[in-house]
Design a protein around this ligand. Structure first.
Ligand SMILES: [Zn+2]
Ligand SMILES: [Zn+2]
Length: 188
């Protein structure tokens, strides 16, 4: 089967909204050197969105190739797309390109590879590989900018836009109880 046909099959599975499984028996049992992949993956229902403050994500394009060397399977490629995030400090929505290289390898030896998250029999789960690569490319804390000043914890003003009139000495409400505790102790 030609690579072009493979790509058609992969694209069809996108339309059907199925998991991105690629059968790699050609690489294992026949002399096919590599399988080229190029697909757009819809991540809009992924848990990734909730875990990384993502409001919306465009289809993520993944292009690359899968090949086998000895008992290892290699996935080499890159992904790109666009997502809108919510800043975890000021809650503003902002758009950002997402992209990175993917270099992944896995043993095809069943004795060595007990975990079937990525490879189950001859089916390679590209969706989980892509989701993990995307998650790994994102910063731990999603910020609209490194300098984001966040919101005033007292009045909620976005401090990137303007200062507020709150007293700078106002104590964070989360520490209010501690303040009471100290003042009671002082009275004793
Ligand atoms: Zn921000
Ligand atoms: Zn304020």
């Amino acid at each position: 089967m030609t690579n072009i046909l493979w790509v058609c099959i992969i694209n069809l599975s996108v339309l059907w909204g199925e998991l991105m499984n690629i059968n790699i028996s050609k690489l294992i049992f026949e002399k096919t050197e590599s399988i080229n992949i190029n697909f757009d993956y819809d991540l809009s229902n992924s848990d990734l969105l909730r875990d990384h403050n993502i409001i919306e994500v465009s289809p993520i394009n993944f292009s690359g190739k899968i090949y086998k060397e000895e008992e290892n399977l290699f996935i080499d490629g890159n992904f790109s797309g666009e997502a809108s995030f919510r800043c975890s400090r000021c809650l503003k929505e902002f758009r950002k390109d997402v992209f990175d290289d993917i270099e992944f390898d896995i043993s095809v030896d069943e004795d060595e590879n007990k975990d079937d998250t990525y490879l189950k029999g001859e089916d390679l789960n590209l969706s989980v590989i892509l989701e993990e690569a995307l998650a790994f490319s994102l910063p731990m804390k999603i910020l609209c900018s490194e300098e984001c000043k966040g919101l005033c914890f007292n009045c909620g003003q976005n401090l990137n836009i303007d200062k507020c009139n709150c007293d700078e000495d106002i104590i964070d409400p989360r520490f209010e109880k501690l303040k009471d505790f100290f003042s009671k102790n002082e009275e004793v």
